[in-house]
Design a binder for this molecule. Sequence first.
Ligand SMILES: [Zn+2]
Length: 331
Amino acid sequence: MSEFRYCKLTKEWVLFAPERLKRPNNLDNKKQVAPKNIVSEKCPFDMHKEEYTPHEITRITQNGEWQCRVVPNLYNALSIDIKTSSTRESFFEKFSGFGAHEVVIETPIHDKQIWDYSFNDLTNYLTIIQSRVVSLKNDTRLEYISVFKNQGAEAGASMSHSHSQIMALPFIPKKILEEYEYKKKYYQKHKRALLDDIVYEEMQNSHNLIAQNSEFVLYCPYASAFPFEVKIVSKKKLSSLLEFSKSDISALSDILKEFFTKFYSALGEIAFNMIINNAPYKEYDEQTKEFYRFNIEIKPRIYKQAGFELDSNININVVLPEQATKIYKES
Ligand SMILES: [Zn+2]
């Protein structure tokens, strides 16, 4: 069973999840030795292999076949079925591994990657994630939801079949909480959302602007931590997928499609992490929309982080965002 342990030095929680060691791994840094179809035969995320995944939570079906499914993570780091409890171990403190850990199987097709998705695939993908963000909010023990995609071994993926993950926690992680409080204070002082002001400035300095539509803006942040990092930010007052209408989902699908076409053409099959940032569940109300802005971060993993980054939390980025923007725009 997993558990959170509190680090007294950093004031951050560490999640210990020994179950994760048992994960199958059909990806590694070397080239795949087996032909793709043999790997695919063993893949539990494929069409007609549904019996190999744990009890399905939800699915989207079109023309009689499923397009996206959500299942509990078989090698879960968190479990929704255990009691929330904290224990003191003399000087130290631990907390049971309570929470949700789900897998979004984005497509039934083994070799289809996000840069191959149609507008309809992206809409299904966002719609099923939205349904989980809405549903998990009903569990009042959960304070924070993390939605992310690891693409490629260098980004931490262990399965090559395109998927995302959802982890819902009974507390807000320290880093997120600090940012959240900062955004709230900024709003109290300026009556504007911090990210709205940042986006305004980024748009003035059009060197970093890749594309935009009526609802979203896509740019390389001024102080990108990773080479070719991008951010997609809502121009409307949306703080979470909880608030998205069908047309908001369509506009987001459009800009994601535009981005991943450029991404593949500029960089090829590069590993990346994508984080879909929604306002935390805790304290969520009408006011949240004023100071918290929905956004997606995509961080390509071209270079590995090393000792200096671990020590100082300062990333060394070898590509300026204005240069990355130029390459994306020409792709
Ligand atoms: Zn597969």
